[in-house]
Design a protein around this ligand. Structure first.
Ligand code: OAD
Length: 232
């Protein structure tokens, strides 16, 4: 991998699993405990805002008790030491990449620790509950919602992601099942652009056959090993 200069990394729930944050589709995962249609669509929010706010309030509170694991720390080290372009595109709404020290992070599915005002469109850092309908710090309206991309909504900053893929020499997918588009399609976008592709996941993902190489094992082991290789 000595000719690699620009890297795009996609992370998913598997990178935070060993920090104690539930994944979505593993046994006992979030989408086994809750129906997507009840808590993760704009229609659900319109129908029962309290249920949706309560769900995200609990998740927002929970992530603040979790700590980054060895995979987050290894990626943060790669971010700080890699002199080429590097972008960590995460589907995760937790802040564990940042708390490990990573700087070049893009949250394509939003962030738990933001509230988004649907009245003035301003996003404010938010660590507490939203269920009581607090006022937006920017405009005073009581129109805050979780800053999380729901099913049927368009993920954030897609143009930046595609621009980074166009410049990339290597695309690495870590801890994601490959079930949710557009992220699940990045490996094929990368291949079409002639970018080398690597999967690091506990088990083969749904898109595993699209990758040039796949290494399977817990993120806390396979990610630090790969980062050591890249920096050696
Ligand atoms: P999933 O729950 O679909 O997939 C998690 C993946 O991580 C699976 O392939 C697991 O095998 C793997 N995994 C579990 N533990 C691991 C570990 N310790 N080390 C490495 N891999 C591990 O989660 P995502 O692919 O992130 O979207 O889900 C994508 C999107 O679907 C989420 O961002 C969310 C969800 O609906 C929205 O909420 C918009």
């Amino acid at each position: 991998m000595s000719t690699i200069r620009n890297i795009v990394i996609l992370t998913g729930a598997g990178v935070s699993a060993e920090s104690g944050i539930d994944t979505f589709r593993d046994g006992g995962g979030l989408w086994e405990q809750h129906r997507v249609e009840d808590v993760a669509t704009p229609e659900a929010f319109a129908r029962d805002p309290e249920l949706v706010q309560r769900f995200y309030d609990m998740r927002r509170e929970a992530i603040q008790t979790k700590q980054p694991n060895a995979a987050h720390h290894a990626l943060a080290r790669l971010d700080s030491e890699w002199s080429g372009n590097l972008l960590i595109v995460t589907q995760n709404v937790d802040d564990l990449h940042e708390r490990a020290g990573a700087k070049r992070v893009l949250h394509m599915h939003g962030e738990h620790l933001n509230a988004w005002c649907t009245a003035c469109d301003v996003r404010s850092r938010w660590t507490g509950p939203l269920i009581d309908g607090p006022a937006c710090p920017a405009c005073g309206e009581r129109a805050l919602r979780p800053d999380v991309v729901w099913f049927g909504e368009i993920p954030y900053r897609m143009e930046e992601i595609f621009a980074a893929l166009q410049e990339a020499d290597l695309f690495v997918s870590i801890g994601t099942s490959g079930a949710v588009y557009p992220a699940a399609g990045f490996v094929r976008n990368a291949r079409d652009l002639g970018v080398a592709t690597l999967e690091l996941n506990l088990e083969p993902s749904q898109g595993t056959l699209w990758f040039d190489e796949a290494r399977h094992g817990p993120a806390s082991e396979v990610v630090p090993a790969w980062v050591d290789e890249m920096l050696s």
